[in-house]
Ligand binder design. Structure first.
Ligand code: BTN
Length: 241
């Protein structure tokens, strides 16, 4: 029998549609959501030919070596205002369940890091007027250093390859089920405990400064080089550490 969550809602992962190859699982999931697909529908692929990242970037991974995952969340309501913070928490917990001893941190707003390298990325695409969001996650599972594009080699990392995409999908279904329903206090506390930037120098389009943590709305708080307190929203800035 399918797992039922608080309020009688079905968990993520049912139904599940898998592609050997598709342009982008987020694009497939958005089409399904627009056509009325139910909450919890998950799309995965072995390979993407036009995987998308945040801020117009592309996302690539060798076939079968990453979890390429998109889930439909609906209906959207006020509880989901902190979804961009809740999703990387779920990815951290899912990854830590797959590999013992792993410790994930989050680089604002939602990159998942191990040490100083990126293990997973999150792309959330929402249509609030229609009441749905697609949660896209790319989690590197078995990618060897030389398999990353040369410009990412220093900045990207992967799990060791022991976990299959299937195991990773189930772990993420479960951890997302917990975190998308979590209350704001729990999300903020857990996110702050994994903050990879706090106390570090950062630069963005218009300045440099030291990251001081996040506000209760999920914005990044920075003390700028000129001594001003700056509030950065995720949509607006290209951040460099
Ligand atoms: C980022 O770090 O810029 C976000 C990367 C998100 C990549 C995932 S892979 C599965 C899903 N489908 C996409 O086209 N993008 C997301």
């Amino acid at each position: 029998m399918e797992a039922l969550l608080r309020g009688g809602r079905k968990g993520l992962g049912t139904p599940h549609r898998h592609y050997r190859s598709t342009d982008s699982t987020n694009t497939r999931a958005r089409e399904l959501a627009a056509a009325g697909a139910t909450h919890g529908t998950v799309v995965t692929a072995d390979e993407q030919t036009a995987g998308r990242g945040r801020q117009g970037r592309s996302w690539t991974a060798p076939a079968g070596k990453a979890l390429l995952y998109s889930a439909i969340l609906r209906p959207l309501d006020r509880r989901h205002l902190l979804l961009p913070l809740a999703v990387p928490l779920a990815v951290c917990e899912g990854a830590e369940e797959l590999e013992s001893g792993l410790e994930c941190r989050i680089k604002w707003p939602n990159d998942v890091w191990v040490g100083e390298s990126k293990l997973a990325g999150v792309l959330i695409e929402a249509k609030p007027q229609d009441g749905w969001a697609v949660i896209g996650v790319g989690l590197n599972l078995a990618i060897l250093p030389h398999e990353f594009p040369s410009e990412l080699r220093e900045k990207a990392t992967s799990l060791s390859g022991d976990a299959s995409p299937e195991q990773a999908r189930h772990a993420l279904d479960r951890s997302l089920d917990r975190w998308v329903e979590a209350d704001a206090g729990a999300i903020l506390a857990a996110w702050r405990s994994r903050d990879a930037l706090k106390g570090r120098g950062v630069s963005w389009n218009e300045g440099t400064g030291v990251a001081e943590g996040i506000s209760d709305a999920g914005d990044l708080l920075v003390l700028s080089a000129s001594g001003e307190r700056v509030v950065l929203g995720a949509g607006e800035v290209h951040l460099r550490v």
